[in-house]
Ligand binder design. Structure first.
Ligand code: FAD
Length: 395
């Protein structure tokens, strides 16, 4: 265990490095990533950075003081497990233990790469380029009404752009939430002055316009593609690190991969959730932070406790704080706290009387209380839990 090499210098990689030092690792520690910047935080990119309220979102970590060898602008190309070597675009790097933390990359819309005016939003450089383009009066077409699409629409409206969101599904957030809940956010788009076109497939994009499958032509000075992210694991092909059908690393309950000496963490990894009896790939900030602690603990041994978090994420859209925790597919019913007409509301998913997931709109306290109940698998009294005037607590 003489040299630990972390590949991918995003949230998960940076937090793994910091956690290793906090937990007492004094050996050699290398953090390498392909971006030119020191590790930084992504959530502000679609919020404060687009709005011009922040430029850099670099983590407040002193790499020299942590004695971490930070290699930026360095891309891993291939992993040789037998030789314990990661081959990079600047030569081989040997390791004793390796952590794969290469995150995910934004999925491009086929045929639009290189078309002038088309943007993705994954990196700091993406955010700065998009920000330059979002001038008052500019016509912006956003493809995808997911989390990134909604946040980008929010920022673009605040910056005075004319915004249209095109979504292939029949309602926003189709990949993340049941249709009835995603549909409720339609009003948010309307109130913000954003035109939302659902059930609309993009046929092609040319400079200045987006063509839909129904032959509609949308004038577009700027096109933002926000249709998801896929694990950045191409460099692991053929290494003995097994991937799932979606390209995520198949990690075990301690985030170990199928190749001895290699862990995986963050957006690039899936893990077995004993709690929800399914394998989860969680592409959210909190998972990168918590997973990093497990990987550090497991590297320093003895065996770390199994990684079995209650997933959590937030999104800031149209002036609202939207927070989700848990995993609702394991629920058998849904319970409302408040009504969709209220300014703020929460829905709770239950299995029997035990909460398994929660969605809170401008109700941060429900999130904190609900997450605790989900963590402990504590039953609630459904009648009491439905009353938004009382705290969420166990029965
Ligand atoms: P990443 O942050 O993707 O870091 C991986 C790093 O590895 C990258 O720097 C990448 O360039 C590098 N890399 C990839 N391949 C290689 C290679 N072959 N060699 C070397 N380096 C490589 N989550 C929330 O919970 N709430 C939010 O509000 C929220 N907002 C977001 C807004 C935006 C615009 C984006 C893009 C994401 C947002 N997220 C949010 C998600 C959150 O940022 C991610 O879950 C988190 O960044 C995952 O961290 P990671 O380290 O696993 O991956």
């Amino acid at each position: 265990k003489d040299r630990i090499v972390i590949v991918g210098a995003g949230m998960a990689g940076a937090q793994t490095a910091a956690a290793l030092r906090q937990q007492g690792w004094t050996g050699r520690l290398t953090l390498l990533g392909d971006e030119p910047h020191p590790p930084y935080d992504r959530p502000p990119l679609s919020k404060d950075v687009l709005l011009g309220k922040a430029d850099s979102t670099a983590f407040d970590l002193d790499w020299a003081a942590l004695d971490v060898e930070l290699l930026t602008g360095r891309r891993a190309l291939r992993l040789d497990g037998a030789a314990r070597t990661v081959h990079t675009d600047a030569g081989p790097v040997g390791y004793d233990r390796l952590v794969a933390a290469t995150g995910a990359t934004a999925v491009p819309l086929p045929g639009t790469q290189g078309v002038p005016g088309v943007h993705l939003l994954r990196t700091a450089d993406d955010a700065l380029a998009l920000r330059t383009a979002l001038r008052p009066g500019v016509r912006v077409v956003i493809v995808g009404a997911g989390w990134i699409g909604a946040e980008t629409a929010t920022a673009a409206r605040q910056l005075g752009c004319a915004v249209t969101v095109v979504e292939a599904a029949d309602q926003p957030l189709a990949g993340a939430l049941p249709a009835d809940l995603g549909r409720l956010t339609r009003d948010w788009y309307a109130a913000a002055g954003v035109e939302l076109r659902t059930g609309a497939a993009v046929a092609s994009v040319e400079p200045g316009a987006v063509h839909l499958a129904d032959a509609t032509r949308l004038a577009a000075d700027v096109v933002v593609v926000g249709i998801g992210a896929r694990p950045a694991t191409g460099w692991l092909h053929g290494s003995g690190v097994d991937l799932d059908g979606g390209g995520a690393v198949l990690a075990d309950a301690r985030l170990r991969t199928t190749l001895p000496g290699v862990h995986a963490v963050g957006d690039c990894a899936s893990f077995p959730s004993a709690r929800f009896a399914t394998r989860l790939t969680v592409q959210h900030w909190d998972n990168a932070m918590l997973g990093a602690r497990t990987v550090a603990a497991d590297l320093l041994g003895p065996d770390a406790p199994p990684y079995d978090p209650v997933p959590y994420f937030w999104s800031e859209q149209f002036g609202r704080m939207v927070q989700y925790t848990g995993h609702h597919p394991s629920a058998d019913r849904l319970l409302w706290r408040g009504t969709p007409e209220d300014a703020s509301w929460t829905v709770l998913w239950l299995r029997g009387d035990v909460p398994v997931a929660l969605l809170a709109v401008d109700r941060p306290r429900d999130l904190v209380q609900g997450r605790r109940l989900i963590e402990r698998s504590t039953p609630v009294d459904p009648a009491a839990a439905a009353d938004p005037g009382t705290p969420l607590k166990s029965a």
